[in-house]
Design a protein around this ligand. Structure first.
Ligand SMILES: [Zn+2]
Length: 300
């Protein structure tokens, strides 16, 4: 069973949205390999293994997901190109927690890249595409949705129409501008940076808080504000956001939660960006989708 991060009135579990491998250089942009490789080791092909781990967030009366993983629609060729090394398992992971996909009330999309939004639409039991979470309101920033509808030459490679088929007509798409409390204690907020309409989530429970910065902070190794990805569309915006957000949430002793990090699902930082504690799956039976460094399943 997945291991929960307990914030009192809110719990967070990480589900398996499909692992893949990317060139390590693309994940660390202009940072020299000799530096990033110490924090996130690469294999012989210069690849690093990354999770796509949607967060299941449960408050007293709401079940919500942050992002949806790769989905089950990738062709064999796409799985080879993206070096998918563990398949999307979201529905089964929910079942292991006693939940059906119809139990999900809200889907919060940090942004609409295929590795985050690929599970919005799935191939159902009959092989046809259907909304994976047919009862859930899907919360997206308006700017992000505008870019999904009219992608530029670069974003067209990552905003795939099949990941949103039927969503706009379903009445389940809710566009946000800026900031909105989506349920008690959980707020989304526009950040921009990675994409024009990227958003973050702040979660305040009765005994603690957590923040999810999406692809502004994809792994613990990106704690330095200058360590950003080659995929980022507005690098200076990301740097500015991280300079503001990391100290702000460090001072509150919040957990920083990660979507792509295979080493740690969440950590706390001091104001200099050093990891002071990490949330690790050490309990017997914890999800093998999130192996720890140096243990079973660590990066090749
Ligand atoms: Zn991503």
């Amino acid at each position: 069973m997945p291991l929960s991060l307990d914030l009192g009135s809110i719990t967070i579990d990480w589900l398996c949205g499909g692992d893949f491998e990317l060139d390590g250089g693309t994940m660390f942009g202009a940072v020299p390999k000799v530096l990033w490789n110490q924090k996130y080791p690469a294999d012989a092909d210069n690849c690093i293994r990354l999770l796509n781990a949607p967060l299941l967030v449960r408050s007293r009366d709401t079940v919500l997901l942050i992002d949806t993983g790769l989905g089950n629609k990738l062709s064999a060729k796409q799985q080879r190109i993206f070096r998918v090394c563990r398949p999307w398992n979201l529905v089964e992971d929910l079942a292991a927690l006693g939940l059906d996909r119809r139990d999900v009330d809200l889907v919060l999309l940090t942004h609409c890249d295929f590795d985050h939004a690929g599970g919005v639409v799935m191939h159902g039991p009959d092989g046809r595409p259907e909304l994976t979470f047919p009862r859930a309101r899907h919360i997206v920033q308006r700017r992000e949705w505008e870019d999904v509808l009219a992608p530029n030459i670069r974003s067209a490679h990552t905003y795939w129409p099949e990941n949103f088929a039927g969503l706009a007509d379903s009445g389940l798409l809710e566009l946000v501008e800026g900031e909105m409390e989506v349920c008690a204690g959980i707020t989304v907020r526009l950040t921009g940076g990675h994409t024009r309409g990227h958003q973050m989530m702040e979660m305040t429970g009765s005994t603690g808080c957590a923040v999810h910065l999406g692809d502004l902070f994809p792994t613990h190794a990106h704690a330095n504000p200058l360590w950003i990805m080659a995929y980022d569309n507005f690098p200076l915006e990301i740097i500015a956001q991280k300079q503001e957000l990391l100290p702000r949430y460090s001072r509150r002793d919040c957990w920083f939660t990660f979507y792509h990090d295979i080493h740690m699902p969440a950590c706390r930082l001091d104001e200099e960006g050093r990891v002071t504690s990490s949330f690790c799956r050490t309990r017997a039976g914890s999800s093998p989708c999130h192996p720890l460094a140096g243990q079973e399943g660590s990066p090749k």
